[in-house]
Design a protein around this ligand. Sequence first.
Ligand code: HEC
Length: 142
Amino acid sequence: MGNRKIRYFIFGAVVMFLFNSIKTQAQNLENGKKIYETRCLVCHQADGGGVPNMNAPLDGSTNVVSSDIGRLVKIIKNGFNERVELDGLYYSNSMTPNPDFTPAQISDVLSFIRTSWSNKASKVTIAQVQVALKGNQKTKTK
Ligand code: HEC
């Protein structure tokens, strides 16, 4: 009898855990969308298509869906003004830095752009952002 109660309890705990993790993930993407709309949309546009020759597209960008999370984290935090070739094209505008973003906000907005429009890459965890930011500080204090 006691055993059955314990089993019910464990089953309940597992269900709660799964439910909560699904809820948190949805919340992250929703929050990422809000951040995108207030801080990125003006340049990268609602459809992630950017503006030809000015602002790089995020939809369909090989860099946005790549596994180099560290590069993406640094671009969000420090801005980006390298005028390098991106998927064969160049962009003349400068991306503004976002020094006020917390690791959670960076992970939310990166998860959003990596899973939106035609992009189907993995989400970015807060831990991945923290690792990238550590490297970022080191290169900055040099
Ligand atoms: C002021 C306009 C502007 C804003 C605001 C802006 N970006 Fe950008 N973004 C750019 C430009 C311009 C580039 C390309 C810069 C270059 O080529 O040097 C870029 C590049 C990028 C890249 C690299 C794309 C690639 O293919 O490598 C990512 C990722 C990115 N932006 C994400 C974001 C996110 C997320 C936000 C909001 C937090 C944001 N940007 C806000 C203008 C902007």
